[in-house]
Design a protein around this ligand. Structure first.
Ligand SMILES: *Cc1c(COP(=O)(O)O)cnc(C)c1O
Length: 430
């Protein structure tokens, strides 16, 4: 096919030739990088298919259960599949888990008892966890149940503060929580290898401490997962990477059987645990989404690498930078002005398959200390494995961008963000 045809099609969809040519040049320089991403996806694809085969996934697994959901073979087999992929004894994969925060709250409150202490050796956790833990006083927080919390920040250079981590571990320390992704902070995302080093250090000091990893946005970015390097529990959301864009809801907890069971007793009820919980009709998209997750994650990663290269080339600061190795799917771009943040997000929205005609505006969202603009035109509400972006309207005027079910769509979204900046003369093409 002629590249001219594609250029014409982009033009019809609002992308000027100047923007197309600039982006095309950047994309053609990324072949080698993308082939490394494909190699990881290939390995992870086999890992998932192997698990499905080993666990004898069958047509009956895709059927719906209702009511109590006793003996839901699809649900139970899918949990075995997750356990096989994460190399753990057990897993809990449920539509009753409302989101990532809920999965983390269930894992924490299921495994902590009054008098226990929770330690984060990697600095402040994700915003929503502050209320779960009680860092910000909140109804029903762990603090209200007598669970104390300690935190050791990363050193200025992003390294672990081993000396203070050693000091922070005491007889009360029951669970150590490690967040893999930087989330919306500026610290680097942790590689699986680094998480392994931290866990070894912690276990040397206190072998029976539970090491839990918040795996959100990290699944399938590498060939290894935190449970391959000593994590006792990994926790994540199905409307991010492992849902493959198809899961309409849900979360997972995988790890040592006793800890997963404890989480299940909290999710449903003491005594009932994993035995109840109908899956209604979600087994089919849960299976198919997990099957697609390695390549969907690869597509999102390519989008992030492309965005880093486009915006770095235009002189903006990007985290991670254009060449760095990747450990999650989030890309931050510092655009230095509110107008640019708004234009960027309007571009992402305009490229969406759903709600593309909606014009996003900054607003005062609950829980944020500045106006925030969000762009998302997703098949699943709030799904951030789908192409999405958000930016707080305050210095340094950074946008956080993630997702893209297909590389082609992620590329179009980033081109559209640049188009909006270009039209408003907020950026100069070289
Ligand atoms: C998204 C995310 C969460 C919370 O997930 P929600 O589904 O938004 O509740 C927690 N931790 C990290 C690192 C995340 O990226």
């Amino acid at each position: 096919m002629e590249i001219a045809m594609t250029r014409e099609m982009y033009k019809e969809m609002g992308i000027d030739s100047e923007v197309f040519d600039f982006c095309q040049k950047i994309a053609s320089g990324l072949t080698e990088r993308f082939s490394k991403i494909d190699q990881i996806a290939e390995y992870n694809q086999l890992k998932v298919v192997n698990a499905m085969q080993q666990c004898r996934a069958s047509e009956a697994c895709l059927y719906a259960s209702s009511g109590y959901g006793y003996n839901d073979v699809g649900r139970d087999t899918l949990e075995d599949i997750y356990a096989a992929v994460f190399h753990t004894e057990a897993a809990l994969v449920r539509p009753q888990i409302a989101c990532g925060t809920h999965a983390l709250a269930v894992a924490l409150s299921g495994n902590l008892r009054p008098g226990d202490e929770l330690l984060s050796p990697v600095g402040k956790p994700y915003d929503t966890l502050e209320e779960v833990i009680g860092i910000r006083p909140s109804n029903g927080s762990l603090a209200e149940y007598g669970v104390s919390y300690r935190q050791v920040d990363l050193l200025e250079d992003g390294e672990f503060d081993y000396e203070n981590i050693r000091k922070a571990i005491n007889e009360k320390t029951k669970l150590v929580t490690i967040q893999r992704s930087k989330g919306y902070q500026t610290r680097p995302t942790l590689s699986v290898a680094r998480i392994g080093e931290l866990i070894s250090f912690v276990k040397e000091i206190k072998p029976d401490v539970i090491c839990m990893v918040d795996n959100c946005y990290g699944e399938f970015v590498e060939t290894m997962e935190p449970t391959d390097v000593g994590a006792d529990l990994v926790v994540g959301s199905l409307i991010k990477n492992p849902g493959g864009g198809l899961a309409p809801i849900g979360g997972y907890i995988a790890g040592k059987k006793a800890y997963v069971d404890n989480a299940a007793y909290r999710l449903t009820s003491p005594g009932l645990g994993k035995e109840v919980g109908a899956t209604l009709g979600v087994n089919q998209p849960f299976y198919q989404g997990f099957f697609l997750a390695p390549t969907v994650t690869a597509n999102a990663l390519k989008g992030a690498v492309f965005a880093a290269n486009v915006y770095e080339r235009l002189g903006f600061s990007v985290v991670p930078d254009s060449r760095e190795s990747r450990h999650d799917i989030i890309q931050a771009v510092t655009l230095d002005s509110a107008e640019r943040v708004i234009a960027f997000c309007k571009g992402i929205q305009a490229a969406a398959p759903i709600d593309s005609y909606v014009d996003p505006e900054p607003w005062a969202m609950p829980g944020y200390d500045s106006d925030v603009i969000m762009a998302a035109g997703a098949f699943v509400q709030g799904s951030s494995i789908e192409l999405s972006a958000d930016g707080p309207i305050k210095p340094p005027y950074a946008v956080y961008f993630q997702g893209g079910l297909t590389w082609e769509h992620a590329k179009f979204g980033i081109m559209m963000s640049l188009q909006k900046l270009y039209e408003k003369e907020l950026v100069q093409l070289p």
